[in-house]
Design a protein around this ligand. Structure first.
Ligand code: TRP
Ligand code: SF4
Length: 333
C-alpha cells in the first residue's frame, strides 16, 4: 500500500525560490510515488495573522495558483484548505489535553518564533496567544486526521513532527492503539539563500525572488544581487563561491556552469554579463511556470473546483479518522 504524505504551507505570501527549491519542487516528485495531501494551512496562518483575514484569504488563492503552476497535479494529489476540514479543529481540542504548556513552550520552533516576536514587537511576550503557542497541537491534528505517515518538511519543522509523535504515543497509550506515528521526510535541499547572501530567503527579510515576479522585477533583483565584493573592475578575478549570482546559476542548473566558474576565477567574465546570462536562464525556467499560472488565472473556476474536490477528499479521510478516535475516547454517542 502506498504511504500517505501530508504536508502544508501557510498562505501568507507567494511562493519564492526558497519555497520552490527547498520544498515544493520535491512535492511535485512525491506525488508520483505516494498518495499526497497538500494543505493550504489557513487556520495556522491565522494564528499569526488573525487581524488580517483578508491577507490570508487572498493568499489561499495566490498560493494555490503558485502550486498548480509549478506542477502540483490535481489528478495525482489532493490540494485542500485546512479550514474546510472542521475535524482537524475538533481533533486539536482532543489533543490539547495531551500536551502540557511547559512542553509547548519548550518546543524549539515555538521558542524561536516567540523570541522573534518579542524582538520585533519589543514586548515581554504577554501578547503571545493561546492559539499561537498551541499551533503544534493543531499541526499534529493536520497530520494525523489525514492519516499522514510521511511528512516532508525542512529542518526547522522537525520539533513539530517530534511533538506530533509524542501526542500520538500518548493518545495510543491512554485510549488504546488508534493512530500511527508519522515520520518526517527531510527536504533533500537545505534552505535556499537570499539575494543578499543571507542564509535564508524570506519574505520578511526582503531578499526573495518570487516565482510570479515579472521579467522587469527579476532583472532588477538579479542586477542588485550580492557578488564578490572584492571584484571592482570587469576583469578582476573573483571568487564565485561567495557570489549569489553564481549560487543561483547553480540552482537553476545552468549547463554552462563550469565556464561561469572558470571565467569568474580567471577574470575573463564581467559581473554585468554574468548577471544577464543568469536573468536569461531564470526567464527560461519561469516561462512555463508563468504560462501555467496564466491558464489557471483565466480558468479560475477550475481552481476553485480543484480546491473543492481536494477538500472533500481530505474531509472524507478526516471523518474516518474521527470515527476511530471517538470510539477510542468513548465519545461515540
Ligand atoms: N508549519 C508549516 C510551515 O510553517 C506548515 C504546516 C501546516 C505543515 N500544517 C502542516 C507542515 C502539517 C507539515 C505538516 O511551513
Ligand atoms: Fe559573481 Fe559572475 Fe561576478 Fe563572478 S563574474 S563575481 S560569478 S557575478
Amino acid at each position: 500500500m502506498k504511504k500517505t504524505i501530508l504536508t502544508g504551507i501557510r498562505p501568507t505570501g507567494n511562493l519564492h525560490f526558497g519555497h520552490y527549491f527547498g520544498a515544493t519542487r520535491n512535492w511535485v516528485k512525491l506525488q508520483d510515488e505516494y498518495e499526497c495531501f497538500f494543505e493550504i494551512a489557513d487556520v495556522q496562518a491565522l494564528t499569526d495573522n488573525f487581524q488580517n483575514p483578508e491577507k490570508v484569504r487572498k493568499n489561499v488563492y495566490e498560493l494555490t495558483l503558485d502550486l498548480l503552476s509549478v506542477g502540483i497535479d490535481p489528478k495525482k494529489a489532493h490540494l485542500f484548505i485546512q479550514s474546510k476540514i472542521p475535524e482537524i479543529a475538533e481533533l486539536t481540542v482532543f489533543y490539547s489535553n495531551l500536551v502540557t504548556m511547559a512542553r509547548l513552550y519548550r518546543n524549539p520552533t515555538v521558542k524561536t518564533e516567540i523570541a522573534q516576536k518579542k524582538a520585533l514587537f519589543g514586548n515581554d511576550g504577554e501578547s503571545v496567544t493561546y492559539g499561537f503557542v498551541g499551533y503544534p497541537v493543531s499541526q499534529a491534528a493536520d497530520i494525523t486526521a489525514l492519516g499522514g505517515t510521511l511528512v516532508p518538511v525542512g529542518e526547522d519543522q522537525l520539533p513539530l513532527i517530534e511533538q506530533c509523535r509524542e501526542i500520538v504515543r500518548k493518545f495510543n497509550s491512554i485510549y488504546g492503539v488508534t493512530l500511527q506515528e508519522p515520520e518526517h521526510l527531510l527536504s533533500p535541499t537545505p534552505r535556499i539563500k537570499g539575494l543578499d547572501g543571507k542564509e535564508k530567503m524570506g519574505k520578511s527579510l526582503g531578499n526573495a525572488l518570487y516565482l510570479n515576479d515579472s521579467k522587469e522585477v527579476v532583472k532588477e533583483k538579479i542586477m542588485n544581487a550580492v557578488t564578490d565584493p572584492s571584484k571592482i573592475k570587469k576583469d578582476d578575478p573573483a571568487n564565485p563561491d561567495i557570489c549569489m549570482v553564481y549560487y543561483y546559476h547553480k540552482l537553476i542548473n545552468n549547463p554552462n556552469l563550469e565556464t561561469v566558474c572558470k571565467e569568474c576565477k580567471n577574470g575573463t567574465r564581467g559581473c554585468v554579463a554574468c548577471k544577464k546570462e543568469l536573468i536569461d536562464k531564470i526567464e527560461e525556467f519561469l516561462t512555463p511556470i508563468r504560462e501555467k499560472r496564466k491558464y489557471y488565472e483565466e480558468h479560475f473556476d477550475e481552481v476553485k473546483e480543484i480546491l473543492e474536490e481536494g477538500s472533500n477528499e481530505a474531509r472524507n479521510r478526516a471523518k474516518e479518522t474521527m470515527k476511530k478516535v471517538k470510539a477510542s475516547m468513548k465519545i461515540d454517542y
